[in-house]
Design a protein. Sequence first.
Length: 263
Amino acid sequence: MKFLAARRRQPVVALAMLLFALVAVGGGYAAVGTVRPAEAAGAASSQTQVEMGKQLYLQGCSSCHSLQSQGSTRAPTLIGVGAAAVDFQVSTGRMPLAAPGVQAVPGPRQYNEEQTAALAAYIASLAPGPAIPNAEQVDFASADVAEGGVLFRVNCQQCHQAAGQGGALTQGKYAPSLMDSTPTQMYEAMITGPESMPIFSDATLPEENKKAIMAYVDYLQNASDPGGLSLGRLGPVTEGLFLWTAVFGALIAVAVWIGIKAR
Ligand code: HEC
Ligand code: HEC
């Protein structure tokens, strides 16, 4: 420095010091400045997610739900249905609707997880609505299965049958079996109320009750049938009917066969 200071009037040294100052200021600014773009990265990626969802929506959904998502004669509005409704409908394969009918039918899903999340983010960006439940909300590990059974019989059994096997409703509609539902789908069904299913808000069914119900359905999904066939788990009536028709039928057939052989 002393060496440079002594010769600072020389043009070459002045130029070198100017360069050094420029690099120091520029480098310092860059180091401080990079903080902001890094913070903005999260928002930017969700913005591209919404954009991706919009493209998928325009290609696969707008023909029925309209370009602005306000619905048409072919389909209801999606404004305000929330990410949860989209995730439920798309992950169970109900949407995109394959064929018009009394009720959307579940089937193989058409969009992978990334695409489903993008569609959900796009619909959620139009208007606020129920969000996709987080991991904590669907963690029913500490929930009471027995209490879940009581709550299920009070709130869900009339449509889905006591053992969650599903059942017929009026006008050709039906409540599906719950044997393949994931905890996330159960939660989403409860907060969005698809088709003729009512919405179970946190006021009607607090979160811990929802968890208890999920725990009960999980128990049903994994329960074994010690007697052999489950027969829809409908209980003694079905078992009796099975006995009368199948077993007695077989006994009669054997009796007739013996009779024919004896002639
Ligand atoms: C062939 C027409 C058609 C297509 C294509 C279609 N939908 Fe639908 N959608 C419907 C109809 C009809 C309903 C109402 C049916 C029902 O509730 O059983 C519906 C219902 C929904 C619902 C439930 C709305 C609510 O109020 O809870 C959501 C969410 C949805 N659609 C999302 C989508 C998405 C996302 C796509 C594209 C991947 C899509 N739909 C493609 C016809 C369609
Ligand atoms: C009034 C009748 C009714 C009641 C009560 C009802 N549901 Fe439903 N539920 C339905 C119908 C109808 C559907 C099918 C909706 C569709 O296809 O769009 C359904 C669908 C579902 C699904 C999606 C299943 C699948 O195929 O992916 C789940 C999960 C579910 N219900 C859980 C419940 C739970 C848990 C309760 C009680 C808290 C309940 N439901 C109460 C009628 C009902």
